[in-house]
Design a protein around this ligand. Structure first.
Ligand code: S3P
Length: 177
């Protein structure tokens, strides 16, 4: 068995976790799981509808449940939502259950990627740039604490990122006792 059955991508909204995750999974011959998609499927409604009906607190309960289920499931590349690191239970599960990769993105690239996206309820505010900065200030130390590998996503094309990450992962898997 692989020492790390789950490769977990963390980082803020717009870091490219889903895009890079799907490409990496294809490269490694692993399944790709998008945690937000799992949450929406389990709830039978979209992420914005979950936030509208149950608030952020309701969403976070669902997120914790979906994360535990994904980490208990078969080997995969798992793309998480930007707030997954907030709950201590999630951080413990990530520490135990996966090789965690932090995808970084500069604020301007992040804003470009999420501009006009109606699928992210936390950005339905007058000043999304300020909101992203606020979220990042709170979450960045948590991303850093959990990550075994950190990768900048806004300086190279997707194919180069996949190559680099695949190389890092091979080294990390080999050095894991
Ligand atoms: C969230 C990020 C979203 C989604 C939800 C909350 C967050 O996922 O989980 O809207 O708290 O940053 P992405 O990071 O994939 O956009």
């Amino acid at each position: 068995m692989r020492p790390f059955p789950h490769i977990v991508l963390i980082g803020p909204m717009g870091a490219g976790k889903s895009t890079l995750g799907a490409a990496l999974a294809a490269r490694l011959g692993l399944a790709f799981v998008d945690l937000d998609e799992r949450i929406a499927t389990a709830a039978g409604k979209s992420i914005p509808d979950i936030f509208a009906a149950e608030g952020e607190a309701g969403f976070r309960v669902r997120e914790t449940r979906a994360l535990a289920a994904a980490l208990a499931g078969p080997a995969c590349v798992l793309a998480t939502g930007g707030g997954v690191v907030l709950a201590e239970a999630n951080r413990d599960a990530l520490r135990d259950g996966g090789l965690v990769v932090y995808l970084q993105v500069a604020a301007d690239a992040q804003l470009r990627r999420v501009a006009g996206d109606r699928n992210r309820p936390l950005l339905a505010v007058d000043d999304p740039a300020a909101r992203l900065a606020e979220l990042q200030a709170r979450r960045e130390p948590l991303y850093r604490e959990l990550a075994r590998i950190t990768l900048d996503t806004d300086t190279r094309p997707l194919a180069a990122l996949v190559d680099e990450l695949a190389a890092h992962l091979t080294a990390a898997q080999e050095s894991h006792p």
